[in-house]
Each structure stands twice: as structure tokens, then as C-alpha cells.
Design a protein around this ligand. Structure first.
Ligand code: 5AD
Length: 370
């Protein structure tokens, strides 16, 4: 048995940073298959074979943040800014419910002004009120993702009906974080928000970008251990997609390239598998950014331990203005034909779709004893 094979037998012990970094570094197909099988085995044992859908709507691209990698950063003046009317979002929520998706995600650029907070609160209340039915007495389950806010604001959003919140930390390396963001955006503040969200009672999701310029497998291994330390319930991770327009001005390290697209996809799949192996009963999304590099990779992530998918319901008319990164999918993922195709491919992998259920993170349910 060579040294690499020996590594594989440590899955049932707590993994160290070095172990995780070593698994992330493998390139051999057979060895990747070994990690994939272990992740799939843990997923099926801990969470079952259901894939949960969350319909995703990008409610507004108006953003006061200036993250150097992001296509809708404040600095980018070539984007037409929009804010969807509440009635339109509620209409999409009803459409999601009629497709039997019991969960909805509202994502938007980050703003802290009173008008925005009222808008989100109003949208949450309206969706809750208008999606209740016999099959879903509590309406759609709602996940919110509108960035860093005060505890009071998080509390208002929770009271208005959102019960899950996604706030990616992007990277837990202080050095990389500071390369990606202007000085007023800090890693400490991001982590503090994750703690506030937990205090308020949300199921808390976070995640990172994979394959950033200068990012090492040790950095990614530390990201996984951070998820564990913070007792995170949901994870969304995707490959970094360089965006020359977004990066036009800002502090991203000049001359440092990100890894090749193949490496970024391989790392993302391995990160998904290793997060499943370490965290066990959390929800992990197969994210859209994977598709921007490889059309098959989003579904492949389901084989590597992911159990959540987020079909994009944002109307075509505004979708082109929510390009967080280049080559974002323009497909109408709410169409019946897309839905049937996705359903077929998921069934082909021996998985079922968790229709009609919120599909909460079992990790959160166990902690909250619900
Ligand atoms: N590449 C990959 N992911 C990106 N995001 C934003 N810009 C990019 C990019 N260039 C992700 C961030 C953010 C989420 C909404 O989109 O992780 O949290």
C-alpha cells in the first residue's frame, strides 16, 4: 500500500488540516472516486437520498458593497440596476409552489437603508401569506441572502418569515479576504454576522469560493474546519470565475492567476465531498457557478455529497443584469421542460426529489430538537 492509499483509511477519524489538504490535492481518478464514494455513503446514511429544490430569485442587483470579484459590485457602472416589484416576486413564489418546490430563496445585493429593509420585510410577509395552502400550511420555506445586516434587521427578517439565511464568508484566510474586498469590508464583521444570525434563530448557511488566485489547499481545508467550528447548517460553495470587468479596479493581486478551470471544478467537487465527510448531516448545495465552467458539473456535485439544488427563477428580462460572474446560465429553469429534464437526470442517479417538503438541514433540526 503506498502512502496515498494509506491516507484514505483515515476517514473514520477526525480529519486534520493536513489530511484534508492532502485529499484536496489528489488528481488520480481512482482516488477521487474513493473520496466520492465515501461522501455519497455518508450522505445516504445521514440525510437519505432526497435532493431538495429551492427556487432562487435575484430580487435586486443594487449593491452598496464593492467586492472586487463580483459583477454587480457598486463600482460597475455598466450594469442596469433593478429592484423587482414585490408582486412579481410573490408571483414567482406561487409558481415555485405550483411546481411543488416547497422552498424559496431570495437573494439581492447588499443594502442597509430603511427602504430596502422595509421592501424585503414586506416581500417576506406577502410570500408567507400568499403561499399557504392545504399542502403547505406554513407556506413556502424561505431562505434569505441579502448580506451583512444588524441584529435588529436580522430579527425583523426572521419575524417576517425567513428561517434560513445564507451569508458566504468567501474565504476564511484573512490574507485572501483582504485581497478580495475593500478595507471597510472585514472577515471579522462577516463572521460576527454569522453568529448574530444563529442568535436570532436562523438556520445558518455559509460558503467559500474555490480556486481564488493564491488560494492553497490548506486554506480550503481550513475553510471546512471553520464550517465545523461555527456549527454551520448549510453550505454553498462554487468555483471562482474570474471576471475582467468586475476586477477592473480594486486590489486583487496583480499577476497571480487562479488555477485552471479543470482544477477549480475538481477542487469544488472534492470540497463538496470532504465537507460532507467532515460535517455529515448539513445541507450542501450543488451551485450554479459550477455550470459556468462545465455544464455537467452541477449534477455531478450531487454524486459528491450535495443534496440541494437551486433552480433559477429570476425573469429573463433582468437576469442579464445579475451577472455575478461571466457565463452565468440564461436558461429558464422554471420551465416545465427544464424541470422534467432535471427530474429525469436526478432519478437516473438513483436519487429522489424532496417535493413538497422544506428540506431543512437535519443538522439544524437536531440542534433545535425539531
Ligand atoms: N466567481 C464565483 N463566485 C462569485 N460570486 C460572486 N462573484 C463571483 C465570481 N466572480 C459568489 C460569491 C457570493 C455569491 C452571491 O456569488 O460567493 O457570495
Amino acid at each position: 500500500m503506498n502512502e496515498q492509499n494509506e491516507l484514505f483509511f483515515k476517514f473514520d477519524q477526525p480529519l486534520s488540516v493536513d489530511d484534508i489538504a492532502a485529499y484536496l490535492s489528489i488528481t488520480d481518478k481512482k482516488q477521487i472516486g474513493f473520496v466520492q464514494q465515501k461522501a455519497e455513503q455518508i450522505l445516504l446514511k445521514e440525510c437519505g437520498n432526497k435532493v431538495y429544490f429551492r427556487a432562487l430569485v435575484e430580487a435586486s442587483n443594487i449593491c452598496r458593497s464593492d467586492c472586487y470579484y463580483c459583477g454587480i459590485r457598486k463600482f460597475n457602472k455598466s450594469v442596469d440596476r433593478y429592484q423587482m416589484e414585490p408582486e412579481v416576486i410573490v408571483g414567482l413564489a406561487k409558481q415555485a409552489r405550483d411546481l411543488n418546490y416547497a422552498s424559496f430563496v431570495i437573494q439581492a445585493g447588499e443594502r442597509q437603508d430603511a427602504g430596502f429593509i422595509d421592501y424585503i420585510e414586506n416581500v417576506l410577509c406577502s410570500i408567507k401569506e400568499q403561499t399557504r395552502c392545504d399542502k403547505l400550511p406554513d407556506g413556502l420555506g424561505i431562505t434569505l441572502s441579502v448580506g451583512e445586516q444588524t441584529k435588529e434587521t436580522y430579527q425583523r427578517f426572521f419575524n417576517a418569515g425567513a428561517h434560513r439565511y445564507l451569508l458566504r464568508v468567501e474565504t476564511t484566510s484573512p490574507h485572501l479576504f483582504s485581497k478580495l474586498h475593500p478595507p471597510e469590508q472585514t472577515l471579522e464583521s462577516r463572521i460576527n454576522c454569522l453568529k448574530l444570525l444563529r442568535d436570532v434563530g436562523f438556520q445558518v448557511g455559509t460558503g467559500v469560493m474555490i480556486g481564488l488566485p493564491g488560494q492553497k489547499t490548506e486554506d480550503l481545508a481550513n475553510d471546512i474546519l471553520f464550517f465545523q467550528d461555527l456549527d454551520i447548517d448549510m453550505i454553498g460553495m462554487g468555483p471562482f470565475i474570474p471576471d475582467p470587468i468586475a476586477q477592473g479596479v480594486g486590489g486583487m493581486e496583480e499577476g497571480v492567476e487562479c488555477p485552471s478551470p479543470e482544477t477549480r471544478v475538481r477542487w469544488t467537487l472534492l470540497m463538496t465531498a470532504l465537507t460532507r465527510i467532515v460535517l455529515k448531516d448539513v445541507n450542501i448545495a450543488a451551485t450554479t457557478a459550477l455550470q459556468a465552467i462545465d455544464p455537467q458539473a452541477r449534477e455531478q456535485a450531487l454524486r459528491f455529497g450535495a443534496n440541494v439544488m437551486m433552480p433559477l427563477l429570476t425573469p429573463q428580462s433582468v437576469r442579464k443584469n445579475y451577472n455575478l460572474y461571466p457565463k452565468k446560465s440564461m436558461r429558464d429553469e422554471a420551465s416545465i421542460s427544464f424541470h422534467k429534464e432535471l427530474e429525469k437526470r436526478i432519478h437516473e442517479q438513483g436519487r429522489e426529489i424532496g417535493y413538497g417538503a422544506w428540506g431543512d438541514s437535519l443538522h439544524a433540526c437536531k440542534r433545535n430538537k425539531t
